[in-house]
Design a protein around this ligand. Structure first.
Ligand SMILES: CC(C)(COP(=O)(O)OP(=O)(O)OC[C@H]1O[C@@H](n2cnc3c(N)ncnc32)[C@H](O)[C@@H]1OP(=O)(O)O)[C@@H](O)C(=O)NCCC(=O)NCCS
Length: 175
C-alpha cells in the first residue's frame, strides 16, 4: 500500500462517491456534491492509500486556520477495514501535522462508535462537544492530540528548511 498526496480530479470524484455512500456522511446528509467541493478546496490536502492501483483509503487534512492540523475526514474501504489501515493513515497524518504544529484535531460524530474507539486507542482526548452541530440529535465531538503549547513549539530556520524537505518526502510513502 502506498500513501500519496493527490490533486487529481478523477481521484476527488472517486473519494466523493465513496463518502456519499458511507456512514457517517449519510446520517450527516453530506451529498456527493458537498464532499466533492470539500475535496477540491485548494486549502485542503488529500492523501490516498493505493493498492494495486485502487484507492482503498483516503483522508483530508486542513493545515491552515485556528485549527491548523485538522483531520477533516478519513475513510477506509469497507472490505479493508479492521486490518490496521485507519491506524496507519492516522499515524501518517500525525507525522505530517506535527512537523508544522503541535496539535492534531479531529471531529467525530457521537454515533460513530468504531471511529471513536480508534481515536481513543490512538490517545486522542475530548476537547468539547458540539451538540446538534451538523444534524439534530447527534453531536460532533472535538478531539485533540498535542505535543504541548504553541508557545513552546518553535522551529529554527534550519529546521524549517529540513522540515520542508521532510514534508516533501513524506508526501509519498511505501508501506
Ligand atoms: C473509522 C475507520 C477509518 C477505521 O479504519 P480501519 O482501517 O478499520 O481502522 P483500524 O483497522 O486501524 O482499526 C480498527 C480496528 O481494527 C483492529 N485492527 C487493526 N489492525 C488489525 C490487524 N492487523 N488484525 C486484526 N485487527 C486489527 C483494531 O484493533 C481496531 O479494532 P477495534 O475497533 O476492535 O478497536 C473506518 O472504519 C472507516 O472508514 N469508517 C467509515 C468512515 C468513518 O467513520 N470515518 C471517520 C470519520 S471521523
Amino acid at each position: 500500500m502506498q500513501i500519496k498526496r493527490t490533486t487529481s480530479p478523477a481521484d476527488f470524484k472517486q473519494c466523493a462517491l465513496m463518502m456519499s455512500k458511507s456512514e457517517p456522511w449519510i446520517t450527516l446528509r453530506r451529498t456527493f456534491a458537498d464532499s466533492l467541493k470539500n475535496l477540491q478546496d485548494p486549502l485542503k490536502e488529500v492523501y490516498t492509500a493505493v493498492e494495486n492501483e485502487k484507492i482503498i483509503a483516503f483522508m483530508i487534512l486542513q493545515m491552515v486556520g485556528t485549527f491548523k492540523g485538522y483531520v477533516q475526514s478519513i475513510y477506509v474501504e469497507p472490505g479493508h477495514r479492521s486490518s490496521g489501515i485507519g491506524t496507519v493513515m492516522m499515524r501518517f497524518a500525525e507525522e505530517r501535522i506535527f512537523k508544522e504544529t503541535p496539535n492534531v484535531f479531529i471531529c467525530v460524530s457521537s454515533f460513530n462508535k468504531k471511529a471513536r474507539k480508534l481515536y481513543r486507542k490512538l490517545r486522542y482526548t475530548k476537547v468539547g462537544e458540539l451538540k446538534d452541530f451538523v444534524v439534530n440529535g447527534h453531536s460532533e465531538i472535538l478531539l485533540r492530540k498535542t505535543l504541548g503549547p504553541l508557545s513552546k513549539f518553535h522551529k529554527k530556520p534550519s529546521e524549517i528548511c529540513q522540515g520542508d524537505e521532510q514534508s516533501k518526502s513524506s508526501s509519498r510513502r511505501e508501506i
